[in-house]
Design a binder for this molecule. Structure first.
Ligand code: CTP
Length: 474
């Protein structure tokens, strides 16, 4: 964070639009301030595009006049019911609101709103770092108004509420998610009383729509250290409510003196590893969900110890249910996560045994273009504290990777297209569309993947002719 005095703030607000807003407000004998995230981000030197303006008086009136003065390209939208107005001019996006006081009833997010002072407006905001205002009127241009010491909290890297946190969170429970999102995104601590209020108010999250919750999650998932967001959700008790399947990964059970690892903390480690390796948002989701099937498949076998047989397939089936409930997209991005969850054991199994051409070719066939991400996930999944064991896996993965490159060059399996088509088979043997065509096609595929024949048309044709002859008994 940098320190900014009035002079520096004035320089940072040099864009003509800030002076224009001040002029319009002066003419109307009103006060206008830039407020909230935009001010916070000036101090944090983060780029910020939305500009929120609070007017002590009618924000809509000021917005109308600003839009007129900006000229014919500016576009004004008025939301009378909310007392807000938006002005868009090219890339510029301004939100105007009148300073207000809000009170909330217990079972709704809809507040009762009255006109208020600037300070009323600031104290109804979520966090001290989001409650700072800078005056735009000519006489006081660049003056910081910070009654809740947001600057100190920026300095101390703290998320704290301007009011009693129970009031702030109960008024608008989405702020609990915002609290965790900001702490994660900015790498700030949550002030202890604020954190305790998260614990006390967590049940209130149930009145918030899933769309808004996932928005906050996606913001911290895209940040530099998303595991921290999940850790905070876990610690304050929100995770259990909003994502019970992930919460269920938590815990260690011991039987006959044998314990399994805590799969929640393991999952967060894998997520962090994937982030370090440059994984994008959806690979991060795959990391988060890779072991999601474990609680359902956990068994204790006196001989083998703890097992999680087929947890990858159970997890694969859970992915669509989870995506639907969390309101994540149900398109190719979901399919990608499902595929990685389903295949995440394969390279480990291969690396644990002998790395054969056939096993690697089959893996390449199933993973297709996602093979590189899959390998990355699998390497991230090795969180063993036993360095020797870890190294053995990583060495074997290296072997799998080398084989992948080698086979790809030779066999082009990644975007596998059968070298003989169903139509060709039907024509060749005068067959109608029937089961036999499918059998022959899949035998060709297996022969290629097992390395019996090369991935080439002529070889495949020869193979299918021989096979058909054999199957007919001549
Ligand atoms: N705000 C609030 N409570 C909310 C949402 C927003 O008090 N539930 C206030 C905060 O003062 C915030 C401002 O409205 O700074 C603007 O909100 P928004 O644009 O959603 O967030 P930003 O703080 O600008 O942060 P970001 O752009 O990272 O979402």
């Amino acid at each position: 964070m940098r320190h900014l005095d009035r002079q520096q703030l004035t320089e940072l607000l040099a864009a003509p639009v800030f002076h224009l807003i001040g002029e319009v407000a002066d003419e109307m004998h009103l006060e206008a301030y830039v407020v909230g995230g935009y001010v916070r981000d000036l101090f944090l030197e983060r780029p910020s595009k939305d500009i929120d303006v609070v007017v002590v008086g009618s924000g809509i009136q000021v917005a109308r006049q600003v839009a007129v003065r900006l000229g014919r390209h500016a576009h004004l939208s008025v939301f009378k019911n909310f007392g807000t107005a938006q002005v868009k001019d090219g890339a510029l996006e301004l939100e105007f609101v009148g300073a207000r006081r809000e009170s909330y009833s217990h079972d709704s997010r809809k507040p009762i709103v009255e006109d208020g002072t600037l300070e009323d407006d600031q104290q109804r905001r979520d966090f001290t770092i989001n409650a700072m205002a800078v005056c735009l009127n000519r006489e006081r241009f660049g003056e910081l108004v910070d009654p809740f010491d947001g600057v100190w909290d920026l300095e101390d890297r703290l998320i704290a509420t301007p009011l009693d946190p129970d009031v702030t969170f109960s008024d608008d429970p989405l702020r609990m998610m915002r609290c965790i999102r900001f702490a994660t995104q900015l790498n700030f601590e949550i002030e202890p009383e604020t954190f305790e209020a998260l614990e006390r108010n967590r049940e209130r999250i149930r009145i918030i729509s899933q769309e808004r919750i996932i928005d906050e999650i996606q913001k911290f998932m895209a940040s530099d250290a998303p595991a921290r967001g999940w850790e905070l959700l876990f610690q304050c008790g929100l995770l259990e409510i909003i994502f019970p399947e992930l919460y269920a990964l938590h815990g260690i059970e011991t039987m006959n003196g044998r314990a399994h690892k805590d799969n929640f903390w393991h999952t967060l480690e894998v997520l962090t590893n994937v982030v370090r390796a440059g994984g994008d948002l959806w690979l991060r989701w795959a990391a988060l969900l890779h072991d999601i099937g474990k609680p359902k498949t956990k068994r204790f076998d006196p001989a083998a110890g703890w097992t999680f047989h087929n947890h990858n397939f159970v997890g694969e089936k859970m992915v669509p249910q989870i995506f639907r409930r969390l309101k994540l997209p149900l398109d190719d991005r979901m399919k990608y996560v499902q595929k990685l969850v389903s295949l995440h054991m394969r390279p480990i199994v291969i690396a644990d045994e002998e790395v054969t051409d056939s096993a690697v070719r089959r893996l390449l066939f199933e993973a297709g273009d996602d093979i590189d991400d899959l390998m990355l996930l699998c390497e991230a999944d090795i969180t063993s504290k036993n360095q020797q064991r870890k190294q053995r896996f990583l060495d074997n993965f290296q072997l799998v990777r080398e084989k992948l490159v080698d086979l790809e060059e030779r066999d082009r399996i990644r975007c596998f297209q059968p070298p003989v088509s169903g139509e060709e088979i039907m024509e060749l043997f005068h067959l109608p569309p029937c089961r036999e065509v499918g059998v022959l096609k899949s035998a060709v595929k297996d022969a290629i993947l097992d390395g019996v024949i090369p991935n080439e048309h002529d070889a495949a044709l020869e193979f299918v002719i021989q096979l058909h002859r054999k199957r007919r008994g001549n």
